[in-house]
Design a protein around this ligand. Structure first.
Ligand SMILES: [Zn+2]
Length: 503
């Protein structure tokens, strides 16, 4: 194992090697301690030989940790005994994690089992059998009743706080079952938070939370529930009298509707006439329950397997994510070993160059916030670096299949014409011909299918990935985790990855 001191030495040696210094020949093996990839079971297939081939591909790219999805919105990717109806078809008869772990360990590749924690599929087994465990809005609706960007929202978010509920009756038991069954190196948390992209302040106001938020924040005394708890006001500021904590709930609280209760819990004041500060306690309650889950699951799993570690995919700024999605990940430190902030291109404003600067700035902040964690590995989304190359192809293909306006196809074609001319001159000519004389749209769409399935080298410039990875490494971090195996495949970037991780 590399110590931080030897890591620094290795980084310095690497810099010298780049300059062609005398140590170049002495360097042996990769310098980055964490070389990880997020992956989906479909990347590895459902046969012994396909899993072996996938693992060989990882080894060839010097990947030493694979973070593999085993619970998604689609269900479970192992033949669970206790949660049988939740198993994804195709994974009942093939014990995918068993084969993956065996093959990875032969190659000294660590396996992190990746769980979607609080996000379920709209029609998943647990949503059907326990709708009372769903997170609820002030109107009493689950997230699947929401519409986002004009489309029905498909993730069913579960209430993290409710006991007994999803967390202690379903999520922790299924992670325990998995950890007891498979010799994985770590359990990986994802969606370890409240929903954020549709309505940050809307969840959770389920029956349990409506009772629990006031109890958690001591908005009344459970011993003297009707007492106002008012004390003499001898100082000029209302909030200066918080120590004796007056009763915050109004006398008619129990007659309030769910919407009225929710409104007070978000918009009310700790003191009548004081600042509108009850939202502070709402956000605190959510951050508490997310961190509590990371604790409870670790304590449960380590009873069976004391050496299993934990990792987590988190948003980049815990101060902001604590407020917006209940994910103040600084609180996870005792229960999560490896922190993996998702420092994706899409989370940074500006052009590519500006994004690199913002990324470097973020990582320096994260190193301070994450200093209580054993490991900090920076997450990069490879495919998001290539939107400008990828998106126009998808748009043209869709327009061709929909018989869309030629002018729109032309608008998508123009920005990528030069790159196509260099990488796939036949396809470029065929598209240009279609713009002159639109015919055989389906044939052309099929050509785009073939291109997208197996892009020629160079169309997706390796420099974008390389420069991003170099910028991350220049921040002196211990590891990098890349999203995802499929993204690397679809952009033809395995050689680039192998080259970078191998240095
Ligand atoms: Zn709730």
């Amino acid at each position: 194992m590399l110590t931080p001191a030897s890591l620094r030495f290795a980084t310095a040696a690497f810099a010298l090697a780049l300059l062609g210094g005398p140590t170049a020949g002495a360097l042996a093996g990769p310098t980055l301690k964490g070389r990880a990839l997020w992956a989906h079971p479909s990347d590895a297939g459902t046969s012994e030989s396909s899993v072996k081939a996938f693992v060989e591909q990882l080894a060839a790219a010097h990947v030493n940790t694979v973070v593999m999805e085993v619970k998604t919105a689609a269900g479970l990717f192992w033949p669970s005994e206790r949660f049988g109806p939740a198993v994804v078809p195709g994974y009942r008869d093939f014990d995918f994690p068993a084969v993956l772990v065996r093959e990875c360990h032969k190659r000294k590749i660590a396996v992190h089992a990746w769980f979607f924690d609080f996000a379920e599929g709209a029609g998943s087994d647990v949503v059907e059998t326990h709708p009372e465990w769903l997170a609820r809005s002030p109107e009493g609706k689950p997230t699947t009743d929401e519409v986002l960007r004009g489309r029905p929202y498909r993730l069913a978010w579960m209430c993290p706080a409710r006991r007994p509920g999803y967390t202690d009756q379903w999520l922790i038991p299924l992670i325990e079952e998995f950890a007891a069954r498979y010799d994985v190196d770590a359990i990986h948390h994802d969606y370890v938070r409240y929903p954020g992209d549709l309505a940050p302040d809307t969840y959770c106001f389920c029956d349990f939370c409506l009772d629990e938020i006031p109890r958690y924040a001591s908005y009344y005394s459970t011993t003297y529930p009707d007492h106002s708890l008012l004390a003499p006001m001898d100082r000029p500021h209302l909030e200066a009298h918080w120590e004796k904590s007056p009763k915050v709930l109004p006398p008619t609280w129990k007659d309030y509707s769910r919407e009225m209760k929710s409104r007070l819990l978000l918009g009310g004041s700790f003191f009548p006439g004081g600042n509108h500060d009850l939202d502070y306690f709402f956000y605190e309650y959510r951050a508490h329950h997310i961190a509590l889950f990371t604790r409870e699951v670790k304590e449960a799993v380590q009873k069976r397997r004391p050496h299993v570690e934990f990792s987590a995919a988190v948003f980049r700024n815990p101060v902001q994510s604590g407020r917006f999605i209940g994910q103040d990940w600084r609180r996870f430190a005792p229960w999560v070993d490896t922190l993996m902030p998702m420092d994706y291109r899409g989370h940074y404003a500006g052009d590519f160059e500006m994004h690199l600067d913002l990324l470097a700035e973020s990582i320096q902040q994260q190193k301070v916030w994450a200093r209580d964690f054993r490991h900090l590995w920076i997450g990069i989304a490879a495919y998001q670096l290539y939107e400008a190359q990828h998106e126009p192809l998808l748009r043209m293909r869709r327009l061709l299949r929909e018989n869309g306006p030629v002018a729109e196809i032309g608008a998508a074609f123009d920005p990528v014409a030069e790159a196509l001319a260099a990488a796939a001159p036949d396809l470029k000519s065929a598209l240009a011909a279609y713009l002159r004389e639109p015919k055989n749209a389906e044939e052309l769409a099929a050509k785009l299918d073939a291109f997208l399935a197996s892009p020629p080298p160079g169309y997706y410039p390796p420099a974008l990935l390389n420069r991003t990875l170099e910028r991350v490494r220049a921040q002196d971090v211990e590891g990098i985790v890349i999203f995802s195996a499929a993204g690397i495949t679809s952009a033809g970037l395995w050689p680039t990855l192998a080259d970078f991780f191998g240095r």
